[in-house]
Design a protein around this ligand. Sequence first.
Ligand code: HEM
Ligand code: HEM
Length: 193
Amino acid sequence: MKKWSLSFRLWHWLNAFVVLALLGTVFLRKTFLSWRDNSEILVTKLSSIQIEISSEQGALLAKAVRAPMWEWHIIMGYALSFLILYRIVLFFTPSGKQNYTDIGSASLHKKMVKVGYIGIYTVLVFMAGSGLLLTFHEELALLKETTETIKELHEAVFNLVWVFVAFHIAGVVMAEITDEKGIVSDMINGGEH
Ligand code: HEM
Ligand code: HEM
């Protein structure tokens, strides 16, 4: 039997793509499409061609330029929410639960890897839950302060996401070149038990 079923591999790579895409949208929002930086550019450049706009108008324009990109944060956010539900279903399959059975007999290193996975699942569930609350705050009639608090938490926990992703990728690359050769190709071709 394959170590990783086709459906689990599909889940893993779709999930990896979606999480990296979400991080990508945040990167763009905070760098090239930052409304603070771009509104300044707009105000100065327009002024150099004798068009005067206020910094508020600059901000409005910069946010309008950012909006189509940020829509992808929400689209990828919905995708992540579905992938989390799909992961729960996969837990009832051999591939989905193999990392979480016989934990007692695993080495300390393996135990830590498994705890790390449980940690990232918790973080992803939090990001999806808080992200959906932010998206539907009007429909849910959430108070302004509540929405602000959720946004602060969503933004703070984002740091755990990229830290995990960095450690995870470094970890599997290290495993691949040391004592677990084939660990990455197993996640591509399914591997053998
Ligand atoms: C793009 C480079 C990536 C590579 C090469 C990679 C590779 C792997 C491999 C080889 C495993 C199996 C490890 C084992 O046998 O225990 C794994 C598991 C896992 N990966 Fe990735 N991964 C990548 C990106 C990501 C990203 C971006 C996420 C998003 C959070 C992610 C989430 C997970 C999770 C949660 C597991 C544990 C699966 C389980 O529950 O058993 N991976 N990955
Ligand atoms: C890996 C998962 C996610 C990460 C790393 C992430 C990261 C972030 C970050 C850093 C921000 C703050 C951006 C800023 O103000 O500079 C943000 C805002 C937001 N996120 Fe996420 N997010 C994730 C998942 C989700 C999901 C699943 C949804 C919804 C379906 C979502 C919806 C939102 C919304 C609505 C905002 C507020 C945007 C605004 O105030 O204009 N996010 N996210």
